[in-house]
Design a protein around this ligand. Structure first.
Ligand SMILES: Nc1nc2c(ncn2[C@H]2C[C@H](O)[C@@H](COP(=O)(O)O)O2)c(=O)[nH]1
Ligand SMILES: [Mn+2]
Length: 239
């Protein structure tokens, strides 16, 4: 959907001609307004508009898109088949159960892991290098989680909608120790997967670009896992 800027915010008469020309271009500049509802599969729209509205089923049909969408970072490196978005979140959930730090609520980490990329069902898996950019990615993902919680989850279970929204925002804004751990596990799980793909390719695949992510890992416990992984990778490439 596009919005056309038709009203010029100031009179054109005071500007030199060269600017007027470019302003005409600017006037017709279109701003794309990305909306989650424009990316909902027709089957789900039909289900939501039918008399036998089933919000649980509609939501689960959207969650299915996490099971089928492959992770872009690997596709960009021609790794096929590769893991889906759901595969990534599942192993993050399992990893969260292993945290030893007694200050951490592990169950809360599992919840955050399970929902942190849920908006990608409609937004897609955007890498840090994607031309979409961080701001637009955040806009799309926030609009999507708000849509999922308000339109699909809340009509069935308002409390669940609130909790999922809170868990997603905690991750997005890193507002708790649990969110910090899950942010770290997000990168660590990706690096474990990266090493698994490197080993599967017999070391012939260049995935070095992923390993800078180790610098984003802030907690001591997850960083210790990552350092051990790095050592095993170095040994693998020495053999
Ligand atoms: N090369 C890198 N790719 C990265 C990094 N962090 C994430 N990614 C890829 C992996 C996914 O395909 C996609 C988004 O991942 P999220 O789990 O953040 O949704 O981007 C990185 O540091 N380097
Ligand atoms: Mn993730």
């Amino acid at each position: 959907m596009f919005i056309k800027l038709t009203k010029s915010p100031f009179s054109l008469t005071k500007l030199p001609f060269r600017l007027i020309k470019s302003f005409h271009f600017a006037r017709t500049m279109a701003i794309s307004v990305w909306r989650p509802e424009d990316h909902v599969p027709q089957e789900v729209k039909d289900l939501l508009s039918s008399p036998g509205q089933n919000h649980v089923l509609a939501f689960l049909h959207i969650v299915q898109l996490l099971k089928t969408q492959r992770r872009t970072g690997w596709l960009d490196h021609n790794i096929s088949p590769c893991e889906s978005i759901a595969d990534h979140m599942y192993r993050m959930g399992i990893t969260s159960m292993l945290i030893k730090d007694p200050k951490v609520n592990r169950d809360k980490c599992v919840r955050i892991a399970m929902v942190h990329d849920i908006a990608e069902a409609l937004v897609g898996d955007i890498t840090p290098f994607d031309p979409v950019g961080k701001e637009e990615k955040h806009h799309r993902e926030l609009a999507t989680i708000q849509y999922l919680c308000e339109e699909l989850i809340k009509p069935y279970n308002a409390q669940a909608a609130q909790e999922i929204m809170e868990d997603w925002l905690a991750y997005e804004n890193i507002t708790s120790l649990e969110a910090r751990y899950v942010k770290d596990i997000d990168k660590f799980e990706m690096l474990v997967q990266c090493f698994e793909y490197e080993k599967k390719a017999g070391g012939k695949r260049d995935l070095d670009g992923f390993w800078n992510a180790i610098n984003s890992i802030k907690t001591e416990e997850v960083q210790s896992w990552a350092q051990d992984l790095l050592q095993k990778r170095e040994q693998f490439y020495k053999q």
